[in-house]
Design a protein around this ligand. Structure first.
Ligand code: GLU
Length: 279
C-alpha cells in the first residue's frame, strides 16, 4: 500500500490541507503502508519554491512526516510527453483552440449538459504542434492534457505520477471528486490500474464556500506564530473529523485506532464547528 499527499505549491497550507494530509497519513499508517509527499508544481505561473519550503516545514511541524518525496512535476516533462504520445497513438488526442468562454457559450447554445465538450474543434484537425491546447477525446468529455501555453494539465500529470510512483491509495479533498472519472480513464488508457480513491470532507469559510486563499484563511504558519502548538491544532482538526470526543491535544499516531474504527466523515466542516480555530 502506498498513499500520498500532493499539494500544489501555490500557497500556504490551511485547515483543509491539514485535514486532508492527516487523513491520508492515517490511511497509509493504518495499513502499514508508505506515505509520499509530491509537490504538484505543474503550473509554472502559480508554483513558488517558497511555498514548497513552507509546506515541508509545516507538515514536519505537525508531525506528518513523509517516507519519500517524489520528484517535482516540473522535472517530469519527458514522462508526460511520453504518456501524451501513448494517448495520441490511440487516436485519443486533438488540438483545440476554444477558450473557456467559447466553450461555455457553445454548451449553453446547444443545450448540452455542463461539463460536456461542445465538439467545436474535434474535426478541425488543428496542428498538434501549434499554439493550441491538447485534449483527450472520450465520449462526451474532452479534458485538457496540455495547455496552449505548453504547461501540462493537472489530470495528465497526476495520473502519470501516481502510476510511476505506484500509488495504490489516493485520499484527497471532495473538491476533486469529479476528477476521479477522468483519471480512472487515463489510468486505463495508459495501461495501468487506477488507485483506490477516497475523499476527505471540505472545510468551509464563513460564506459557506470551500476554504481558500480568498478567505484569507489562516495558514499553519499563522497558527504557529499565534502561539498554537501542533498538538493543539491537530486536536481540533481530529475532533471535527470525529476522531476525538473533545479537542484535546494529540499527535497523529494517537488517532490511528479511531481512524480505523470510524467511517470517513463526508459532511463539510463549517467554522461554527471549530470556533477556536477562527477567533
Ligand atoms: N495538487 C492538487 C491540489 O492541491 C491535488 C491533487 C491530488 O491529490 O490528486 O489540489
Amino acid at each position: 500500500m502506498r498513499g500520498r499527499f500532493a499539494p500544489s505549491p501555490s500557497g500556504a497550507l490551511h485547515l483543509g490541507h491539514i485535514s486532508t494530509a492527516l487523513l491520508s497519513w492515517l490511511q497509509a499508517h493504518s495499513m502499514g503502508g508508505e506515505w509520499w509527499l509530491r509537490m504538484e508544481d505543474n503550473d509554472p505561473q502559480r508554483s513558488k519554491s517558497e511555498h514548497m519550503h513552507g509546506i515541508r516545514r509545516d507538515l514536519a511541524w505537525l508531525g506528518l512526516h513523509w517516507d519519500v518525496e517524489g520528484p517535482l512535476q516540473s522535472d517530469r516533462h519527458a514522462a508526460y510527453a511520453e504518456a501524451l504520445d501513448v494517448l495520441t497513438q490511440q487516436g485519443l488526442v486533438f488540438a483545440c483552440q476554444c477558450t473557456r468562454k467559447d466553450m461555455e457559450e457553445a454548451v449553453r447554445a446547444s443545450d448540452q449538459s455542463w461539463g460536456s465538450y461542445p465538439g467545436t474543434c474535434l474535426h478541425a484537425h488543428l496542428a498538434m504542434d501549434g499554439p493550441y491546447a491538447l485534449r483527450l477525446h472520450h465520449s462526451e468529455d474532452a479534458f485538457v492534457l496540455r495547455r496552449a501555453d505548453g504547461a501540462w494539465a493537472y489530470q495528465l500529470a497526476v495520473v502519470v505520477d501516481d502510476q510511476a510512483q505506484n500509488i495504490t491509495h489516493v485520499l484527497r479533498g471532495q473538491d476533486l471528486v469529479n476528477s476521479q472519472a477522468s483519471q480512472t480513464l487515463l489510468h486505463q488508457k495508459l495501461g495501468g490500474a487506477p488507485p483506490k480513491f477516497n475523499h476527505a470532507p471540505l472545510w468551509l469559510g464563513p460564506d459557506g464556500v470551500r476554504l481558500s486563499k480568498r478567505h484569507h484563511a489562516r495558514s499553519v504558519q499563522d497558527y504557529r506564530l499565534a502561539g498554537w502548538s501542533p498538538n493543539a491544532l491537530l486536536g481540533h482538526v481530529a475532533c471535527a473529523l470525529g476522531y476525538l470526543p473533545e479537542p484535546t491535544p494529540c499527535v497523529p499516531k494517537d488517532l490511528l485506532p479511531s481512524f480505523v474504527a470510524h467511517p470517513l466523515r463526508q459532511r463539510a466542516i463549517a467554522p461554527s464547528e471549530v470556533l477556536p480555530l477562527w477567533v
